[in-house]
Design a protein around this ligand. Structure first.
Ligand SMILES: Cc1ncc(COP(=O)(O)O)c(C=O)c1O
Length: 382
C-alpha cells in the first residue's frame, strides 16, 4: 500500500451521521415531525422509540435518557446505591463507569480484568465484596457480555444487585437474555459512534423489574411523582424528542448494519490467520454464551504506539480504548489505589488497538488493514 493515500481513501475509524442523502432526508422529515408536534423533551417520538426498543430487546421497561452516563447514574440509584456505599467494577473501562459511582457519593471498588476478554475477571469479584457493597457493575465492553452466569449466581447468593454498563452492547444477547437487563438494571449509550447512534447525546435504561422501573421513571424527571412533588432527589435526565425520532430510524437499520460489522470482524479474523499474525497480534476471546455486536474490533500487540502512527501514515485510522486504567485516573488518587494491583488492566492499556469495523467499510478494507499491519509488525524494532 502506498504511503500517499488520498484523504478520501482513508479508512476511517467511525461512521457518524446519516449514511446517504436518502437517510438525511428521513432524518429531516423526522425532525419536522417533532417540530409539528411541538414536543421536544420526551414526548411521542421518545415514547415510540422506547416501545420499539422494548420489542427489539425483549425487555419490560425501557426509558430514554439524556446519555449513557446519566443512565448509569439512574440505574445505580434505582437499585439503592447511595452515599457511603461501595460498587464493584472492572479496572478498565470508559471513565464514566467509575465517575457515576463517585458522583453518587459511593466508592468505586476496582477488580482486575480477564486477560483473554479484557472484561471483568469474575473470579475476583467475591474477594472485593464487603458489608458496604451495594452493587456489582460489569461492563459489556467492546460489544460482548462478561461471564454473566457467575456474576448472577454471586448476586443471588449475596443479594447484591447487578447493574450492567451495556453502553457498548445494545442488542447483544447472553444465553438468550438481553444485555442490559440480565441483572437488575442496565444502561446503553447512543453516542454518535455507538452501534445504535443518535445525532448527539442520548441513552437508555432498561430493567425487567417493575419497582426499579418506577424509580427510574421518577429519577429521570427530578424525582417528581407528579404535581411537583419530590419524595426523592432525581435529575433532569430526559431524552430529547429529536434524538428519539432519529433513533427510531436508526433502529430499523440496525440489523443490516450489524451484519456488516460481523462480516468485517470475520474478514479481520481470516486475514490475521492467513498472514500468520496470530502469534504477534492477539485478538480477544469470546465469552461463552454471549453474542457480539462488534462495537469495537480490538487487537493487542507490543509496540502499539509506533504501529498506530505508521498505520495512520498509510491512511488507516485506529483508536485506543483506553490508554489508562480507571484506578490510575488522577481524580481517584484520594482513594489510594495502587495501579500495580491491576496488572492485566495496566498491560491492556499499553497494548490495545481498535481497528475500524463500522458498517460503512467496503469489503476488502479489513484485509487492507491487516496487510498493512503485517508489514509493520514485521518491521518492529525490539
Ligand atoms: C463503557 C461505557 N460506559 C459509559 C459510557 C457513557 O455513555 P455516554 O457517552 O452516552 O454518556 C460509554 C460511552 O462512551 C461507554 O463506552
Amino acid at each position: 500500500m502506498s504511503d500517499d493515500l488520498r484523504e478520501d481513501q482513508r479508512i476511517q475509524m467511525v461512521a457518524v451521521g446519516p449514511d446517504d442523502e436518502a437517510e438525511k432526508k428521513l432524518w429531516l422529515e423526522a425532525l419536522e415531525g417533532v417540530i409539528d408536534q411541538n414536543s421536544y423533551c420526551l414526548g411521542n417520538a421518545v415514547g415510540e422509540f422506547e416501545e420499539q426498543c422494548k420489542q427489539y430487546l425483549g425487555v419490560d421497561h425501557a426509558f430514554g435518557v439524556s446519555n449513557g452516563t446519566d443512565g448509569l447514574k439512574l440505574a445505580l440509584r434505582a437499585v439503592g446505591v447511595n452515599s457511603g456505599d461501595e460498587v464493584i467494577l472492572p479496572a478498565y473501562s470508559f471513565f464514566s463507569t467509575a465517575s457515576v459511582i463517585a458522583h453518587l457519593g459511593a466508592k468505586p471498588v476496582f477488580v482486575d480484568i480477564d486477560p483473554k476478554t479484557l472484561l471483568i475477571d469474575v473470579d475476583q469479584i467475591s474477594a472485593a465484596i464487603t458489608d458496604k457493597t451495594r452493587a456489582i457493575m460489569p461492563v459489556q465492553l467492546y460489544g460482548q457480555t462478561a461471564e454473566m452466569d457467575t456474576i448472577m449466581k454471586l448476586s443471588e447468593q449475596t443479594g447484591i444487585p447487578v447493574v450492567e454498563d451495556a453502553a457498548q452492547a445494545f442488542g447483544v444477547r447472553y444465553k438468550d437474555q438481553p444485555a442490559g437487563a440480565i441483572g437488575a438494571a442496565g444502561a446503553f449509550s447512543f453516542y454518535p459512534t455507538k452501534n445504535l447512534a443518535a445525532a448527539g447525546d442520548a441513552g437508555m435504561v432498561v430493567t425487567q423489574n417493575e419497582e426499579i422501573a418506577e424509580k427510574m421513571r421518577r429519577l429521570r424527571v427530578h424525582g417528581d411523582i407528579g404535581g411537583y412533588q419530590h419524595q426523592t432527589l432525581g435529575w433532569n435526565a430526559r431524552m430529547d424528542g429529536f434524538q428519539g425520532a432519529i433513533l427510531s430510524i436508526r433502529l430499523e437499520r440496525l440489523a443490516t448494519q450489524q451484519e456488516a460489522r460481523a462480516r468485517n470482524a470475520n474478514e479481520y479474523l481470516e486475514a490475521l490467520k492467513s498472514h500468520q499474525l496470530t502469534d504477534k497480534i492477539e485478538t480477544l476471546a469470546q465469552t461463552s454464551g454471549s453474542d457480539h455486536c462488534w462495537h469495537q474490533f480490538i487487537i493487542q500487540m507490543d509496540d502499539r504506539d509506533r504501529i498506530r502512527e505508521q498505520l495512520s501514515q498509510r491512511g488507516i485510522d485506529s483508536g485506543i480504548y483506553y490508554p489508562g486504567t480507571l484506578p490510575g485516573q488522577p481524580c481517584f488518587s484520594d482513594l489510594g489505589y495502587d495501579e500495580g494491583k491491576y496488572p492485566v488492566a495496566q498491560r491492556a492499556a499499553s497494548r490495545v488497538l481498535a481497528l475500524p469495523i463500522h458498517h460503512r467499510l467496503q469489503q476488502g478494507d479489513p484485509s487492507r488493514v491487516v496487510a498493512a499491519l503485517a508489514e509493520l509488525v514485521g518491521t518492529a524494532t525490539r
